[in-house]
Design a protein around this ligand. Structure first.
Ligand code: ZN
Length: 133
């Protein structure tokens, strides 16, 4: 991925975090997903008074992309306070479509801190369709 594309992905994740609906946790997260087609998809966390219904930014981005017909992804940028890694549920959902996904974790509190990590490193033993037999 070239630097311009990477910067675009990071900027989109930062912008998406500003749209977070997080009145309960106040933890605003934005995600931007790059599809193999070259299209970009944004996502943000959407909380609910019934906390368990909350959807993470990462899964929102994946679901938006799949809804648009995209099924294969190259990279995702995630902007959050502290630049945290995605939760286990999101890692599993990412793996379904893109086992080789590259992640850029952006610390929204420190504008210049971006950490690159592979999904494979974060989810070494995923549940797969072959596990269901
Ligand atoms: Zn999550």
């Amino acid at each position: 991925m070239d630097d311009n594309r990477r910067d675009q992905l990071i900027a989109m994740a930062r912008a998406a975090s500003q749209q977070a609906y997080a009145p309960y946790s106040k933890f605003q997260v934005g995600a931007a997903l790059l599809g193999k087609s070259g299209s970009l998809y944004a996502g943000t966390n959407v909380e609910n008074a019934s906390y368990g219904l909350t959807n993470c930014a990462e899964r929102t981005a994946v679901f938006c992309a799949v809804t648009a017909g995209e099924r294969d992804f190259e990279a995702m940028a995630i902007a959050s306070p502290g630049g945290v890694a995605p939760c286990g549920a999101c890692r599993q959902v990412m793996y379904e479509f893109a086992p080789n996904l590259v992640l850029f974790l952006i610390d929204a509190n420190q504008s210049d801190r971006v950490t690159e990590v592979s999904l494979a490193a974060l989810l070494p033993d995923p549940f797969t369709s072959s596990d269901k037999t």
